[in-house]
Design a protein around this ligand. Structure first.
Ligand code: NAG
Length: 214
């Protein structure tokens, strides 16, 4: 027989569980990554620092990819966005494809796996490589493709551009890693080669296991 107090406990417990998960979500450390698709330092960071350590840190961080870097943007007389990228137009293509994929909001794991797959590929601006990474991580290539070819891709890239251009202090190095929206040069330097150490210094107790090893 089910006692009414058991039901009461059940309700209390599920209330506590939901409060706990809200608190968890609120305490995620935001890690913004300002990068560009063909930049060797961006590739190194994402492939060698972010990707290998992501699994151990993912419950504690919110990854905010900003694929734009040291590009510039302007509007033509007929209102079309024009972009120039540090490593030429192929880099703009890679950035825009990533912007279109991120807009699908497939979730953080899918985004990190997709971006890492592209940035670890032989050519992060190559649409075949990008397509393979998109499909293998559950993204809809048809949607990415249409976004890329249309105005949507330009709008998304321009939004990343506006965010990048409004950084204070101005973006100097690519990639720039910013924790909880506040640039810190020491953490920036540390992040490039000791990402785990940098992230761990921003987390509250209890620290994940990986923080004890570093
Ligand atoms: C960060 O690294 C740059 C380049 O290596 C160096 O010039 C600068 O002094 C470093 N800044 C800090 C705060 O560690």
């Amino acid at each position: 027989m089910f006692h009414p107090s058991a039901l009461f406990l059940l309700v209390i417990c599920s209330f506590l569980v939901s409060v706990t998960s809200v608190e968890r979500a609120a305490s995620l450390t935001k890690v913004s990554i300002y990068y560009e698709s063909l930049c060797p330092d961006s590739i190194d960071f994402i492939r060698d620092e972010l990707f290998p350590n992501y699994e151990a840190l993912k419950d504690r961080i919110f990854i905010d990819f900003v694929p734009y870097g040291k590009a510039s943007q302007s509007k033509s007389s007929n209102g079309e966005w024009l972009f120039r990228c540090q490593h030429g137009s192929p880099e703009c293509r890679g950035n825009k494809y990533q912007a279109c994929a991120l807009a699908q909001k497939k979730g953080q794991d899918a985004n990190v796996n997709f971006v890492s797959c592209v940035m670890s590929s032989a050519d992060p601006s190559d649409s075949e490589e990008i397509r393979n990474c998109a499909v293998s991580n559950g993204f809809d290539w048809q949607v990415i493709s249409l976004c890329y070819q249309g105005d949507r891709g330009n709008e998304l890239l321009a939004q990343y551009g506006t965010r990048t251009h409004s950084l204070n202090p101005k973006l100097r190095f690519v990639p720039t890693i910013i924790y909880d929206d506040v640039f810190d040069q020491t953490l920036q330097n540390e992040s490039l080669y000791y990402f785990v150490k940098a992230v761990c210094s921003k987390l509250s107790q209890p620290l994940p296991n990986i923080c004890r090893k570093n």
